[in-house]
Design a protein around this ligand. Structure first.
Ligand code: GH3
Ligand code: MG
Ligand code: MG
Ligand code: MG
Length: 298
């Protein structure tokens, strides 16, 4: 797994500091700059950097205000923040850590030591990203795994309860896949699963669409914040995208790799648990298999 270049956001009101710090790090990271707190916050939300170097003393909106906002916002909460500041008193340093900073470097700093400390946090940030990936991504298909699905459905279910909106859940299963493995070999089967996962992912690109490999040759889809018509179209596109892969499967009733889909529309504010909804989707999937496969049942 190759991680992309780490992105560092440097926020400081003094141009000379921005220059020194970006020179220091430009070989190991992709640098973005902000010359005031407000702009720093905006860039943090837009760019979602892997780490933020933050000055404390800035006019209007100082570093302590910035970190409070960062930690209060879902999108930026996890980003490690290192204060780099002229404020040398222990109370300020303690406050910085209390507000959630991962390090506090005082100005004027020794270049080599500041670099070593930032590097340490870059390494930690890199390891965090890798861990996150290992925990949430299915290695065969490179899409989300079941663990990530559990997290996603918990969040979407709660959001739908709050906003009184509906969620569409779908179970997807590759048709007659045992036959495929038996006749074309397990490695060829693996390749098919990888292609199917990627093709489904391409059809589910809206911010509230989600697909995961649920296990084996089964995938699960969440379509939140949608109407029935929109979700029907999206799932129809998924089914067609797999047909369009045109993978020959002589031992299947459709002569090629196809998927069956069982879907349900849920109203989380009225229903109790996502597990029950998924079970219903699974029952609809069974119907789709009974009714000839390569089809969607609601
Ligand atoms: P149906 O159309 O009714 O779903 O038939 P099926 O043959 O797809 O269903 P069944 O559940 O009998 O077979 C699923 C097959 O999926 C069996 C299993 O070997 C295969 N499979 C599960 N995980 C993997 C995997 O990671 N790689 C490969 N190559 N095959 C897998
Ligand atoms: Mg300053
Ligand atoms: Mg199955
Ligand atoms: Mg199957």
């Amino acid at each position: 797994m190759i991680s992309p270049a780490l992105r560092v956001l440097i926020v400081d009101d003094e141009k000379s500091n921005l220059v020194i710090l970006s020179d220091l790090l430009k070989r190991e990271a992709q640098i973005s700059l902000a010359n005031c707190g407000k702009l720093g916050l905006k860039k943090a939300q837009e760019l979602k950097p892997d780490i933020i170097l933050l000055d404390v003393m800035m006019p209007d909106f100082d570093g302590f205000e910035v970190i409070k906002e960062l930690k209060a916002c879902e999108i930026t909460r996890q980003i490690p923040v290192i204060f780099i500041t002229g404020l040398g008193d222990v109370e300020s340093e303690e406050k910085g850590f209390e507000l959630g900073a991962c390090d506090y470097i005082q100005k004027p700093f020794h270049l080599g030591i500041a670099k070593a400390r930032v590097r340490l946090h870059l390494t930690l940030a890199r390891q965090c990203i890798m861990l996150e990936e290992l925990a949430n991504v299915d290695p065969l298909t490179s899409i989300a795994n079941r663990r990530k699905y559990d997290e996603q459905i918990t969040n979407e279910w709660a959001a739908a309860q709050r906003n009184k909106t509906e969620i569409v859940l779908a179970m997807i299963d590759v048709d007659q896949f045992k036959q495929y493995n038996d006749n074309y070999g397990h490695s060829a089967g693996d390749l098919v699963l990888s292609q199917v996962g990627k093709a489904l992912n391409l059809q589910l690109q809206r911010p509230r669409d989600f697909v995961a490999r649920y296990g084996g040759e089964e995938f699960v889809v969440i379509i939140a914040d949608t109407n029935t018509e929109g979700a029907q179209k999206t799932l129809e596109n998924c089914k067609q995208a797999i047909e369009a892969l045109n993978i020959k499967h002589e031992f299947s009733q459709h002569q090629q790799i196809t998927i069956s889909i069982g879907a349900v529309i849920c109203q989380p504010e009225l229903e109790q648990k996502p597990e029950a909804a998924l079970k219903q989707a699974d029952e609809m999937l069974y119907q789709a298999k009974q009714n000839g496969r390569n089809r969607i049942e609601w």
